[in-house]
Design a protein. Structure first.
Length: 114
């Protein structure tokens, strides 16, 4: 936004997340046609997760993910899409084919992580 005197103001980005996120630091297998890597997550929600990576994949990359919420629970495997990436920090992944069972497990994990 620029005022009448030519000064530019930066407006904060509006929170666009639909789901509440909770901290989750666990290994995630992230696979694409050109990459198969074990990385660490930072947080998770029913809609997606954030993966730490010095060299994140480009936005709109399709990935296969496998990760555990707890060591005692079965792994969640699903596909996702990179919705944003920040070099040196990581990438936000939106789940694209989460099963109903996996969604319920994620929702329960988020609800219990107060």
């Amino acid at each position: 936004m620029v005022d009448q005197e030519g000064r530019e103001y930066i407006t904060p980005e509006i929170e666009r997340r639909q789901y509440r996120r909770v901290q989750l630091i666990t290994q995630v297998r992230c696979e694409t046609l050109s990459c198969d890597a074990l990385l660490l997550t930072r947080d998770v929600s029913v809609g997606g997760l954030f993966i730490k990576s010095v060299r994140p994949l480009p936005a709109n990359s399709e990935v296969s993910l496998t990760f555990n919420l707890k060591p005692s629970e079965p792994a969640i495997t699903c596909r996702g899409r990179v919705v944003y990436a920040v070099v040196g920090l990581g990438m936000g992944i939106q789940f694209s084919d989460l099963t109903e069972e996996a969604r319920q497990v994620l929702q329960r994990f988020v609800d219990e992580s107060v």
